[in-house]
Design a protein. Structure first.
Length: 555
């Protein structure tokens, strides 16, 4: 025990004051681990004598506790004392495995960790090191963050363990691996043959990862050596692709042509950049070709893989069902009371408005919730699910667009949740790709499964709908969407887009959010698009301008 203490003491350096903050240089590498009081874990002495129980820490963490716990973890990690670093977390087993893999599997050497200024329990830090494999060495640098919490049981401040602590692109269960990639890289091309890069189109990073995963071995390239995120079981279940973090030696890429339009893609990127959490997708109704997809976060592809309540944009599907069942007609009188109770829930309209003597078209244009909820007693639990599947090709988990995607979920529900699903709440989940497809189906009159890579490339089978709407139903839906774009909640965003256009707005309530998610889906000519601004508020004010700006480009 005494020998080990002497070794630890030799590693320490004397504290210094850096910018008014107490710091300690660790590992001889010149990186500072910051802490605001108290000693590092190795310097602590027992505060309770034998036979006396140590007090359990309670209450909010102090700044000193946060910075000290962070310093203990980062110092041990940098010095290669991985068991000690793992024990400074609330999940030592998982931490040990990933921290060990950081060195042995990812081949990251000489890593230094520099802590930033804590915010509450969160401590950002930067990482610098080198990746060495097969005689090739390249520098690596990135930023991450950790959060300090009280450990269950003894209240000790420890790092809340998640894989993202090691690297922000990791999900729990993922690993970092450096080696010869089993999947060759691909050179993605737009519809005109120009190269697509994440540097030019930041939103397409995840799309390029997906293209490589699906077509890398088929496109004729050869693999290189890379540091990659290898997805685990949970991430694969969410259809997340492996991700390249650093390329040590280049492979030879194969070529994959996509349907993306460089003009629309650039415009979509500019539009979503105005919001912190915005996504948009544009498709061509006559074919299903995807022309653009953009996400302001540049991480998870909400446009293709999001699972969000679509709010009142769902009323397009619901209206088609009501018209087919004879429960509504665009120009016939339809109830829109202030409230309607069903299944024990009392449903309201925005500001409790009502429309006396109005039509279904008027209720659709003003987005009257009770006009649709009031029909719930006349519907079966599976009616909306069947409508979404049979007519709009949704909720069957069979889209094959060329990269991972989610094709919507409209589960069979009963009582109040079934009623809520009629207005895009309850268990209904969609993303902008799904809702752009819904608008495209109304415009074309038939469902065309969206796709990013032509099925001619790999002869895959695209999803189909089992039936189409009648000409009368399609005409009424177009009339309702055109009326909404001209005189309803979409009028401001769609102003000047002409008679061959239609739209629907949506606001989806989300638990814990002060403002709802704002949705908007619309078409003009042979273009259709849908967008969402999370926690943005009314769709006509937020997602509406994003979508309308793309439709104004024509083409």
């Amino acid at each position: 025990m005494g020998k080990r203490r002497r070794v630890d003491q030799r590693r320490r350096t004397k504290p210094a004051v850096v910018g008014g903050v107490l710091a300690v240089v660790v590992g001889g590498a010149g990186a500072y681990a910051l802490y605001g009081g108290g000693a590092a874990a190795d310097d602590r002495t027992p505060t309770a004598a034998a036979g006396h129980a140590k007090a359990v820490g309670t209450g909010p963490l102090s700044a000193a506790e946060v910075t000290s716990a962070a310093q203990t973890f980062l110092t041990a990690w940098q010095q290669g004392r991985l068991p000690q670093a793992a024990s400074a977390t609330d999940d030592p087993q998982a931490a040990t495995a990933l921290l060990t893999g950081f060195v042995k599997d990812a081949h990251i050497e000489k890593a230094t960790f520099t802590a930033g200024t804590p915010t509450g329990g969160k401590v950002p830090f930067s990482v610098k090191g080198t990746v060495s494999y097969g005689g090739v060495t390249k520098p690596l640098s990135y930023t991450s963050a950790l959060t300090v919490v009280r450990r269950t049981g003894d209240g000790e401040p420890v790092v809340d363990w998640h894989a993202a602590v090691v690297h922000p692109d990791l999900r729990d269960g993922d690993t970092l691996v450096t080696g010869e990639s089993g999947t060759p890289p691909v050179k993605a091309l737009d519809r005109h043959g120009g190269e697509i890069t994440a540097a030019e189109y930041p939103s397409l990073g995840t799309v390029l990862d997906g293209l490589r995963e699906k077509y890398g071995e088929k496109a004729g390239g050869t693999a290189g050596v890379e540091l990659r995120v290898v997805r685990g079981k949970d991430a694969k279940a969410r259809k997340l692709s492996d991700k390249t973090l650093l390329e040590l030696s280049k492979g030879t890429p194969g070529t994959v042509r996509t349907t993306l339009s460089p003009v629309y893609q650039a415009a979509a990127e500019q539009q979503v950049a105005k919001w912190s959490k915005a996504s948009v997708v544009m498709v061509r109704p006559s074919t299903g070709e995807i022309l653009a997809v953009a996400n302001s976060g540049h991480g998870f592809n909400v446009g293709f893989q999001g699972m969000l309540a679509p709010g009142s944009t769902m009323k397009i599907i619901t209206s088609s069902m009501l018209i087919e069942k004879g429960l509504g007609s665009a120009d016939k009188q339809h109830p829109c009371p202030k409230t309607f109770t069903y299944g024990g829930w009392k449903f309201h309209n925005d500001d409790n408005f009502e429309i006396k003597g109005g039509t279904l078209k008027a209720s659709f244009a003003r987005s009257c919730n009770t006009a649709f909820i009031s029909q719930a007693p006349k519907l079966g639990n599976s009616d909306l699910t069947r409508q979404a599947q049979q007519v709009f090709g949704l909720s069957m988990d069979n889209w094959a667009i060329g990269v991972p995607s989610f094709d919507g979920s409209v589960p069979v529900q009963s009582a109040a949740p079934m009623a809520a699903s009629l207005i895009g709440q309850g268990g209904v989940r969609m993303n902008p790709l799904n809702m752009a497809s819904v608008a495209a189906t109304v415009k074309s009159g038939h469902f065309h499964q969206p796709y990013l890579v032509s099925p001619d490339v790999d002869h895959r089978t695209l999803a189909t709908a089992s039936r189409s709407l009648s000409a009368s139903t399609v005409a009424q839906l177009r009339e309702m969407m055109r009326f909404t774009a001209s005189y309803g909640t979409a009028a401001q965003a769609m102003r000047g887009l002409g008679p061959d256009s239609g739209a629907k707005t949506g606001s989806a309530e989300v638990g814990g959010q002060e403002k709802p998610d704002g949705w908007f889906t619309a078409y003009r000519g042979d273009l259709a698009a849908a967008g969402v601004v999370q926690a943005g508020g009314h769709g006509g004010d937020t997602a509406g301008p994003i979508v309308a700006s793309l439709l104004r480009m024509g083409g």
